[in-house]
Design a protein around this ligand. Sequence first.
Ligand SMILES: Nc1nc2c(c(=O)[nH]1)N[C@H]1C(S)=C(S)[C@@H](COP(=O)(O)OP(=O)(O)OC[C@H]3O[C@@H](n4cnc5c(=O)[nH]c(N)nc54)[C@H](O)[C@@H]3O)O[C@H]1N2
Ligand SMILES: Nc1nc2c(c(=O)[nH]1)N[C@H]1C(S)=C(S)[C@@H](COP(=O)(O)OP(=O)(O)OC[C@H]3O[C@@H](n4cnc5c(=O)[nH]c(N)nc54)[C@H](O)[C@@H]3O)O[C@H]1N2
Ligand SMILES: [Mo]
Length: 760
Amino acid sequence: MEHRVGPTPEGDPEFHPYHHPAAGWGAAKSVTGFLVREGALVDGPRAIMRMNHENTGFDCPGCAWPDDTKGLHLDICENGIKHVTWEMTRKRVGAEFFAAHSVSELAEWSDYDLENEGRLTEPMVYDPESDHYVPITWKDAFEVVGRSLRGLDNPDQASFYTSGRLGNEATFLYQLMARELGTNNLPDCSNMCHEASGRALQASLGTGKGTVDLKDWETADALFILGVNAASNAPRMLTALAEAHHRGAQIVHVNPLVEAAATRTIVPHDFTDMALFKATKTSTLNLQPRIGGDMALLRGMAKAVLEQSATDPKALDREFIDRHTSGFDAYRALCEATPWEEIERQSGLTRADVLKAARVYGEADRSIVSWCLGLTQHEHGVDTVREIVNLLLLRGNLGREGAGPSPVRGHSNVQGNRTCGIDHRPSEAFLDRLAEVCEIEPPRKHGMDTVRTIEAMQRGEIKVFVGMGGNFALAAPDTPLTYAALRTCDLTVQVSTKLNRSHLVHGKQALILPCLGRTEKDHQRKGIQSTSVEDSMSMVHLSIGMKRPASSHLLSEPAIVAGMARAALPDSATPWEWYIEDYDRIRDTMARALDGFEDFNRRVRLPLGFRIKQPARELVFLTPSGRAEFSSAPLPDVVPEPGTLALGTMRSHDQWNTTIYSDNDRYRGIRNLRTLVFMNRADMRERGIADMGPVDITSTAKDGSRRSVSGYLAIPYDIPRGCAAGYMPEMNVLCALVDYSTQSDQPIMKHVKVTIEPTG
Ligand SMILES: Nc1nc2c(c(=O)[nH]1)N[C@H]1C(S)=C(S)[C@@H](COP(=O)(O)OP(=O)(O)OC[C@H]3O[C@@H](n4cnc5c(=O)[nH]c(N)nc54)[C@H](O)[C@@H]3O)O[C@H]1N2
Ligand SMILES: Nc1nc2c(c(=O)[nH]1)N[C@H]1C(S)=C(S)[C@@H](COP(=O)(O)OP(=O)(O)OC[C@H]3O[C@@H](n4cnc5c(=O)[nH]c(N)nc54)[C@H](O)[C@@H]3O)O[C@H]1N2
Ligand SMILES: [Mo]
């Protein structure tokens, strides 16, 4: 890559294994340092007190973990605080900044330095003559977008990307605009994130979402946490884990790395625990499968449960299986036919370890299985998530309290985006209703996802790309190729809060459209507006900003969509301007157009909002058979070929996707370093790699093409042999665009085939 992603390191790289509980004082210290740096020591804490309140504050723009149902308002976390403060910074990027720095110059800056300039304040347009961004009025900016969209040969030459921050109301208008224009080209970050979960749950249960809520987490006897680094990426889960441990629940973590959430925590809002340094355990069993080994583990657990059922009829819930499921006999035969040796080889675990997990599962009356990217960003992500459902079905762990599948979503509203229509493969039923309610004729042809969009750009088939939030250039795989693809566009439009790489890797024409953040007051004709979001557990609630906007020139995301839509569709009968005067009007339309949003305006104002009905939770399965479907996929071969390793790309503790807060990864013991690779000591020795010695990493893609990085430092780590791990987005250069899952079309970001050698 041409540039550094993180800040200039403050010292030499260091690695000291971390032995403290997660969260607690380490988190408090890190937060304080961050607030001081951002000059937000007063504003930060004040804002945080307003976060996640019962419909009177704003929703935390961080992760999608739900708010506590008991009205505990201080359920805040280190990374939530950093996230809010990041948005509330006092620094500004205005016209003078762009006048002083050309785009070519800014392209040399690190991503950290770009974002560190602060909030964008006014719309800017790229001027090719001077190679600078120059100010443009909103009216003219919309006209640039409108003219380009009106000038397309066909609407499929446009692509509308969504990052999972976008609120439901803006989301609904955005997809309406795309479909009224005539395209389903709605790629989103979910294509790189939980696409596999959605596909799997849809096929198995007839719903793309998990079925459990926080109350279920509070009553489960066993929690299985697979492939998620909760202490960093869903820190409020720590509270749920500590609470579960207190009441004697079993907590099994499955991860090639033993992450901080898999040991113990000091619950950050529990002031007594904080004062007394009192840590609570958050795990009763840790299993470290090889990367990609989860499906074999799950299959082994199912096999063990079935074996036990020969002597213990209670091992299976036969009544549930007979009444509610289909495909059980085939699945049982498959489990019986899968030899233990194969399960051990593919999982990288011993039979004894698999049986330990199976015993926990067999003894629990109520089990929840939760997962994140460690399971989805694989070739076999869909099969693996379906295997989770298989296992749950065996013991009727569905449709009752304390049991079920519980994917941990990423961005705070990524689930709401899908619910409200960001889907390149919309169902006929969804389109029929949209057509009727909004009086448009939506296109029926499926659109393009993230990978397909980049491919189409390469062929010159995408002329206009709109990024509704996010940082497409850096988040997508195959960085140089994605850059080149974006540069083929006639127009790229980025709706953003801060300067990022996607503004500098642009089309022939380019616009930066700065928007309000979630913490800010959104004034419209009928007063202050609120927007709604949906969390990982299908709770929809309102978010109301309370801060003065970073600049008086900012528009809200719904207003920006409406402005673009009107310019692109001058004769549209959709009342774009009228919708923006009062978002209740958007919600009234959504109530009629979307399943589960009946009486939206009233229900969203209930103290904790409302939960979207989950048919599978009521044991209603919208599958072809009307039952929950067992799947019978063969075990994939995930064992690395001799000499190669499976590399997983992941986040450090101090980053939010492409936004880097510092070069430290506290829980993994790293300081001042991001260009690293975690390796098993034996794998290092075999290759003659010294501790923290520089290495070259070369990936080989499905098509045989190679990509490499050089000079990364190898960190000896507790990770299974044959596995390696390092950070995104730096390592996106190693992820080939062709390496996407044939099951979900998701880029395979957790199982990159690599060789690693000492540099030089
Ligand atoms: N602070 C913070 N919070 C975030 C984000 C952030 O960047 N920063 N990002 C948000 C977003 S968009 C998302 S999608 C989520 C992501 O949340 P995570 O899924 O936690 O994200 P990753 O950092 O990619 O971590 C993947 C985890 O999976 C493990 N893993 C890798 N391969 C395998 C495997 O084959 N099997 C198993 N069982 N585990 C494996 C890794 O060791 C790591 O613990 O977090 C959200 N929350
Ligand atoms: N190798 C590898 N690559 C990955 C992943 C991985 O695990 N490994 N994970 C993938 C996943 S799960 C995801 S979700 C994607 C993330 O992909 P994206 O969602 O595209 O990326 P982010 O880094 O979250 O976007 C950050 C930018 O969002 C903008 N922003 C912040 N707040 C707002 C707001 O309120 N409104 C608007 N309009 N803009 C705002 C800011 O300008 C900021 O620069 O990355 C994917 N890429
Ligand atoms: Mo994500």
